[in-house]
Design a protein around this ligand. Structure first.
Ligand SMILES: Cc1cc2nc3c(=O)[nH]c(=O)nc-3n(C[C@H](O)[C@H](O)[C@H](O)COP(=O)(O)O)c2cc1C
Length: 278
């Protein structure tokens, strides 16, 4: 039996997420919150097959997410075929866990269904051609995916999002036979953690940076960021990460367009994939 009292567990979970010095005031607590706070991305998967019907379970969780106007503008392609995963990994900067994981879920912003519905009903749905609908479909796909991610973690599985698929969204569309109006927002590796794979909870920006009360205030952001950099520096060293601080990571990722690894052309790619973005 677990003898640690709930408030100690809550404090410990918050300390892992924010660091000892930035634990926020303790509020209500639940097993769901404990699960959410213990999230960490895993990048090493065992070859063990998933329990029977895991995919259907994850999709049921995904389908239970809120969805704008109940339009449900998302789909997911479940990839288990080795060769397809190899090709997808080539798009995603050869991240080996794409091939390693037993289930690779590709989350789709899907306006193609509305296009088909419009055609079948004998009309052109003008609103479906807008930037707003591309954003709505991406939001729907993201919320669905995050529900699946939490569901996976709740049953002892691990996951890793793969935004690297947007390095070449057209190639992903080709590999997965996506119809016009469907676009892979990101992939998600799902599997059983490989023993020994690093899995430490990664500290986040303190609430004093991300939480604004009533109105947005920049306040002491710079000083607080320096403190977070120090915390991330210690974490990075312990976890053999290339970038030492969070500031370095942001700069390395965004200073040059070339750092976007092809995604700087996303607008043109989306238009080619059947999103007019009006
Ligand atoms: C949309 C999205 C795309 C991501 N793409 C990748 C990726 O291509 N490769 C990877 O290793 N991690 C990827 N990640 C995982 C993030 O790097 C990770 O969530 C972040 O570093 C925080 O770590 P944590 O999830 O362990 O807390 C992605 C996360 C999100 C939300």
């Amino acid at each position: 039996m677990d003898t640690i009292d709930p408030s100690s567990r809550q404090r410990a979970a918050l300390a892992k997420r924010y660091g000892e010095a930035d634990v926020p005031a303790l509020g209500p607590w639940s097993e769901t919150l404990e699960l959410l706070l213990s999230h960490r991305t895993l990048r090493g998967f065992s070859s063990a097959p998933l329990p029977a019907n895991t995919l259907e379970t994850l999709v049921a969780a995904a389908s239970s997410a809120s969805t704008s106007s109940n339009l449900q503008t998302w789909s997911v392609v479940a990839v288990t075929d080795h060769d397809t995963k190899v090709e997808l990994a080539k798009v995603g900067a050869n991240q080996k866990y794409i091939v390693e994981c037993p289930l690779f879920m590709v989350w789709i912003a899907d306006l193609s269904r509305n296009n088909r519905l419009g055609r079948e009903e004998g009309m052109h749905l003008e609103g479906n051609d807008t930037l707003e609908m591309m954003l709505m479909a991406s939001l729907d796909a993201t919320l669905a995916a995050q529900n699946a991610a939490v569901a996976a973690e709740s049953i002892g599985l691990a996951m890793c999002y793969i935004g690297g698929l947007r390095n070449d969204a057209a190639r992903v569309a080709e590999l997965l036979h996506l119809p016009p109006g469907a676009f892979a927002v990101f992939g998600m590796c799902v599997g059983t953690p490989k023993p020994g794979a690093p899995s430490e909870v990664k500290p986040r920006l303190p609430q004093s940076i991300v939480l604004h009360r009533e109105t947005y205030k920049v306040g002491d952001e710079k000083a607080l960021r320096t403190l977070y950099d120090q915390r991330m520096g210690v974490f990075s060293k312990r976890n053999d990460m290339a970038m030492q601080t969070w500031t370095q990571r942001v700069v390395q990722r965004l200073a040059k367009l070339s750092g976007m690894s092809g995604r700087q052309h996303l607008k043109e790619t989306l238009i080619r994939l059947g999103f007019p973005l009006q």
